[in-house]
Design a protein around this ligand. Structure first.
Ligand SMILES: NC(=O)c1ccc[n+]([C@@H]2O[C@H](COP(=O)([O-])OP(=O)(O)OC[C@H]3O[C@@H](n4cnc5c(N)ncnc54)[C@H](O)[C@@H]3O)[C@@H](O)[C@H]2O)c1
Length: 378
């Protein structure tokens, strides 16, 4: 699959610095170094220096530092990839923006709408782009689903579904006490909230009702663990959505989306590793994917390629192609739903998203066969 525009011969590659050399940071580093030809990973920062060293050594990256500021302030770096723990995201976005760097930041953009807004304001003031790591948008099947929705295959969206079942084992969650309270909403379901927002173009989430529990590791519930959740989201166009998550799917990593409407339905995703199916005396079987970096291998590359293309276009003086997508409005809308879900779980009541933040639609409303899209019964 070709994701990227090739640069003119001899043009300088886009130089990136990574902040956070953990699980996803290491994979992003590999994607840049091995799969995006006109980008180069020039520096790795991680307070855990051995992690930075190991990654940099493997990929031939010369600059290693324990201090993210060294990467942010390096004049040779064009863009920064933020893959640190979530509590540092908004501060790192703001610092990188002030240093004039475009930023790719993993989700969530912040832990509160206020801190994300500060980071986005810094980016706006500096005139840099911030793209967020909602990788599902770049998966071929999810992108195809969105295209079908734009073409009218669903008609007026009425019901939406998005689910995440993280891969697990019979032994259950390895160290449940390491999972911070709120993780299922802020770091897992936030992908589903973005997917639902994106598959319902132009609509704004209005009301959220969450039910959650620790069903996989009930012994960790007192410490704040939630490993299973269902969240309903109602939208400004009347559509009703359900997002659900569980941290321990024994059969693999299962991510799915579905939109049902007045004209039909589209769906995307699933845990199958390929279309190969065996039919034997034991029954019908197919292999499943176990890791996010396998299920979304190409999507992770594609999102970074898009980030790199934006920097290359700007540097070449070409139109930067508008704001980064998924950008600040998308990150804010998904975060607001996640925070409303936390509040709903805590109170047991539905929560108006407007109590968390005033949201704007990230995109224009869906136009169907030249008609204005008005929601229920349209
Ligand atoms: N988009 C996706 O599918 C996806 C998948 C996994 C993780 N994530 C997100 O990426 C982020 C990182 O997750 P992870 O699983 O890689 O975590 P991780 O714990 O494996 O890695 C985090 C790394 O950041 C380093 N770090 C700690 N403090 C730092 C700081 N102040 N500055 C820079 N680095 C610092 C840690 O030493 C560690 O190496 C989280 O926000 C998570 O939600 C996204």
């Amino acid at each position: 699959m070709t994701y990227i525009q090739q640069p003119a011969a001899g043009s300088r590659p886009v130089r990136l610095g990574l902040i956070g050399a953990g699980w996803i940071g290491a994979f992003h580093a590999e994607s840049v170094a091995l799969r995006i030809p006109h980008a180069r990973l020039d520096a790795v920062a991680d307070p855990a220096l051995p992690a930075a060293k190991a990654l940099a050594g493997k990929l031939g990256v010369a600059r290693i530092t324990a201090d993210p500021a060294d990467v942010i302030n390096d004049p040779d770096i064009d863009g920064v990839l933020v893959a640190s723990p979530a509590r540092f995201h908004s501060g790192l976005i703001a610092a990188a923006a002030r240093a004039g760097k475009d930023v790719f930041c993993e989700k969530p953009g912040g832990r509160t709408v206020e801190e994300l807004d500060e980071a986005l304001a810094a980016a706006e003031a500096a005139g840099v782009n911030v793209q967020f790591g909602f990788n599902r948008r770049f998966a071929a099947d999810f992108a195809a689903a969105r295209k079908l929705i734009d073409e009218g295959a669903v008609g007026t969206p009425q019901l939406l579904r998005s689910l995440t079942r993280d891969p697990g084992t019979a032994a259950g969650i390895a160290v449940p006490e390491r999972i911070a309270p709120g993780t299922i909403f802020l770091e897992t379901l936030i992908h589903d909230f973005d997917t639902l927002n994106w598959l319902n173009p132009g609509a704004v989430p209005l009301k959220v009702h969450a039910v959650a529990d620790a069903l996989v590791a009930p012994e960790a519930k007192a410490g704040g663990l939630l490993d299973t959740a269902v969240v309903t989201v109602t939208y400004s166009n009347g559509a009703i959505a359900v997002a659900e998550a569980n941290f321990n799917a024994l059969y693999g990593y299962d991510v799915r989306g579905e939109v049902f409407g007045s004209a039909g339905m589209v769906s995307a995703g699933g845990p199958r590793a390929s279309n190969a199916v065996s039919y034997t005396a034991a029954g019908i079987a197919s292999d499943t994917v176990r890791l996010n970096i396998d299920l979304f291998h190409d999507a992770y590359t594609a999102e970074l390629a898009r980030f790199v293309d934006g920097i290359a276009a700007r540097r070449a003086g070409r139109a930067p192609g508008g704001k980064a997508v998924p950008g600040g409005v998308d990150a804010r809308n998904a975060l607001a739903v996640a925070l409303a879900a936390i509040r709903s779980h805590e109170t047991g009541l539905p929560v108006d998203v407007s109590a968390v933040a005033h949201l704007q639609a990230a995109e224009p409303e869906l136009q169907l066969a030249g008609q204005h899209f008005t929601g229920q019964g349209a």
